[in-house]
Design a protein around this ligand. Structure first.
Ligand code: MG
Length: 355
């Protein structure tokens, strides 16, 4: 990893095996194993837990900064809010750091700020501190935004854990974690895949797929808190961002040390996104999303959760896409033609700078 002739490539930021190697062999070498956090850095979950506070930091370098369905401001708030939500916590305060590129139009900057404010209102969170730096004109593409945030435990999370324990008395975790999946759990996906990656790609390349594909970028914290409170039984959650469904499911499988079998015919995907993927030779399972959640839930609660989600705007197209099994390790998919194939961890998201 630290050989003299090795350098950072775009793949190191693409959410697949190359990025995970960089994090494990390089970043964890220096920062891993040093904290007493309940959920420490080396858990590599969506966020860390320190005391009863969930802590997350996320930088956004999407190119271009405005794309169909969203912009870098909405993305940066949603990304951090959704990662905090994935542990079952409620985000309540955010900090943001702007790195602005010389030449960025002030009107564009204000448009981004207004978008961040609107997204914060939607999520019910506030930006309470921040920082601004400016760098010389170069390849930044306008700006890079870091949003960090803290989240707290809620009654909804406690209620959810009680429901889990009713069906699985041995369950000990205090948070909704990647490593909590057990045999028989169902896997729910809250909506269609690939929309965000294809929308950003169309803006990057000036492509028009003869359709109206928009990013799904959206804060999911309110939906998740309602689901925890009203249904419960959720053991794991993860937002399928860079590297898409394939990377996220493999991460859950690896950390829980158990297999996941998904059904191709159950995976929701828009026809125009599917067509764009076929045209470009992309696997929709590997493309990033910014307004979806993968939910691992005890099987007894799966249908109730699905019915609940389908009554909401964000979860209208939710599906139970699979289940957790001890029959094999890793992730496999029952295909529409009847075969079964392995879903490997992608080397990296095929579309650069989508978040
Ligand atoms: Mg995440």
């Amino acid at each position: 990893m630290s050989g003299k002739n090795e350098h950072i490539t775009m793949l190191h930021g693409a959410g697949g095996t190359v990025m995970h190697d960089l994090v494990k062999k390089c970043i964890l070498k220096y920062f891993g194993g040093t904290s007493h956090a309940e959920i420490p850095l080396e858990a590599l979950d969506d966020a860390a837990v320190v005391g009863d506070t969930v802590l997350k930091s996320d930088s956004h370098a999407v190119k271009p900064i405005f794309f169909p369905g969203g912009d870098i401001g909405r993305l940066s708030v949603s990304g951090t809010v959704n990662d905090i939500s994935a542990l079952g916590a409620e985000p309540y305060a955010l900090a943001c750091g702007f790195i602005l590129e010389e030449g960025l139009a002030l009107t564009d900057f204000e448009r981004i700020l207004a978008s961040m404010k609107n997204t914060c209102s939607e999520a019910g969170v506030n930006i309470v501190t921040g920082d601004t730096k400016v760098v010389e004109r170069g390849s930044l593409g306008g700006c890079v935004i870091n949003v960090s945030g803290i989240g707290r435990r809620t009654h909804a999370l406690e209620k959810n854990l009680q429901v889990v324990k009713r069906f699985r008395p041995s369950f000990k975790a205090r948070w909704v974690l990647d490593s909590n999946l057990a045999e028989g759990d169902k896997i729910i996906l809250t909506g269609t895949i690939g929309d965000h990656g294809i929308a950003v790609l169309s803006a990057q390349e000036g492509l028009n797929f003869g359709s109206n594909i928009k990013s799904d970028v959206k804060p999911l914290n309110r939906l998740i808190q309602h689901l925890l409170s009203e249904v419960g039984g959720i053991v794991s959650m993860k937002d399928p961002t860079r590297g898409g469904l394939a990377d996220t499911l493999n991460e859950l499988s690896e950390k829980s040390n158990i297999g996941i079998l998904i059904q191709e015919k159950k995976i929701p995907i828009r026809e125009d996104v599917q067509a764009a993927c076929e045209m470009l030779g992309l696997d929709p399972l590997e493309i990033g999303n910014e307004g979806k959640m993968i939910i691992g839930i005890v099987k007894e609660k799966a249908q109730e959760a699905l019915a609940f989600l389908r009554e909401t705007e964000e979860g209208r197209e939710a599906q139970v896409i699979g289940e957790v099994t001890r029959e094999f390790a890793g992730v496999a998919m029952q295909t529409v033609v009847g075969g079964k194939r392995i879903v490997p961890r992608p080397v990296g998201d095929p579309i650069p700078r989508i978040c």
